[in-house]
Design a protein around this ligand. Structure first.
Ligand code: GDP
Ligand code: MN
Length: 380
């Protein structure tokens, strides 16, 4: 799970990492109130889970209330790479002497952690990596040994951070590593990590990805989860444990396997329709999963037809067919369902459904036929 910047900064603060005082605001009035509290000048920052907010106009300095109103007004509702800004983070503005870059991520092939540190921060690290790869000091950290202060000191020397920043940066890197490991993160990134003209080292941005496999030991992550997705359909799907992504079209899609689900979207597009969602019910789809999938799609008012595309492998089509019938007995489905059933036990599956077929429960022999039928029904 990715965190918003403000959540990442809250997470950092637990490990003693220096961040600016600030608060979230969802309206102009809240923004003004927060700014007054943290003290001018302030930075008004779009809270979206995508990088490059600064370049997109989502990060603005404000010296007074009028400027807070102006910038908060322009940033709220702004669309940054497909993410609409609904929330702002307002913090006391920092003076910047230097911008650095620091991060920890997994180095999977080597079974180590990878630390990256650069005296060239504030720009995308991919750009630095391409134009001046020597400007990034990388260290490989054995998870059993961890990162001690002596190693961090050598690391900041190697990265040639400015002298006044080195000791504080070394301490901060150890804290960031603690946050990354004890906090069960897949990524902690600070860009920029700054040195102020007053000689303070400070995290000005926070990018944190939590390792969902560790969620069981972090009940406190629930508050992050609450803001994770604003799409009510995705929220509902998540609660039911489904792999679902909401889209804008009118044909609801259920497929087994991510690859087949993707192809199903393509085929629906190819015949002139558009998908309402991506939904992979995975292997061994039983009645519970099918009922949950149909329920989530049914709750989407844009859906006008449902295309169930199953290619049985380990998943047996007769089980899927039973699942569909059981699901239909449990939930009332508003849209017609078109099924394409192929693969393991397909004939048995079709036989199970045969007595129940009607204008709202239809089977088609091929994926293309089924897509055409579903799209036609959606447009009817
Ligand atoms: P990003 O563009 O999404 O990575 O957002 P950042 O939080 O990194 O902000 C982008 C840029 O805005 C930073 O690299 C800084 O140059 C600038 N910025 C952010 N906060 C401050 C601040 O408190 N003071 C000043 N002077 N500049 C800031
Ligand atoms: Mn940044």
């Amino acid at each position: 799970m990715d965190l918003f910047e403000y959540q990442g900064k809250q997470y950092f603060a637990r490990y003693g990492i220096s961040v600016s005082p600030g608060d979230v605001a969802d309206t102009l009035e809240e923004a003004v109130a927060v700014a007054a509290r943290v003290g001018y000048p302030v930075v008004v920052k779009a809270q979206v889970k995508v990088g490059g907010r600064g370049k997109a106009g989502g990060v603005k300095l404000a010296a007074n209330e009028a400027e807070v109103r102006q910038h908060a007004g322009s940033i709220l509702g702004l669309n940054i790479k497909g993410h609409v800004v609904k929330r702002l983070w307002i913090e006391h503005a920092s003076d910047i002497a230097k911008e650095y870059y620091a991060s920890f991520t997994l180095d999977r092939p080597n079974k180590k952690h990878l630390g990256m540190l650069s005296a060239q921060g504030g720009v995308e690290i991919e750009v630095v990596a391409e134009q001046d790869p020597d400007a990034i000091a990388m260290i490989s950290i054995d998870p059993l040994r961890g990162l001690d202060l002596a190693t961090a000191r050598a690391w900041v020397d190697e990265a040639r951070l400015d002298e006044p920043a080195r000791e504080q940066a070394a301490v901060l890197l150890v804290q960031l590593y603690e946050c990354y490991t004890k906090g069960d993160c897949d990524l902690t990134e600070v860009n920029p990590l700054i040195l102020t003209p007053q000689g303070q080292v400070h995290a000005l941005d926070a990018k944190v990805t939590l390792d969902d496999n560790a969620a069981y030991r972090h009940p406190e992550w629930d508050e992050f989860r609450a803001t994770e997705t604003e799409d009510p359909r995705e929220k509902m799907a998540k609660e039911k444990g489904l792999n679902y992504i909401g889209l804008d079209g009118e044909v609801g899609i259920i497929a087994n396997g991510a690859g087949l689900a993707m192809s199903t979207l393509d085929v629906v597009n190819q015949v002139g329709g558009s998908a309402a969602n991506f939904l992979d019910i995975g292997g061994g789809a039983n009645a519970d999963v099918m009922a949950a999938a149909l329920e989530v799609i049914n709750a989407d008012p844009k859906v006008k037809a449902i295309f169930v595309n199953i290619f049985g492998g380990i998943t047996r089509v007769d089980e899927v067919a039973k699942g569909v019938l059981e699901a239909l007995g449990r939930v009332h489905i508003a849209s017609p369902i078109v099924l394409r059933l192929d693969g393991t036990n397909a004939a048995e599956g079709r036989a199970i459904l045969a007595p129940h077929l009607n204008e709202n429960l239809i089977t088609e022999p091929t994926m293309l036929d089924a897509a055409r039928r579903a799209v036609a029904l959606a447009k009817a």
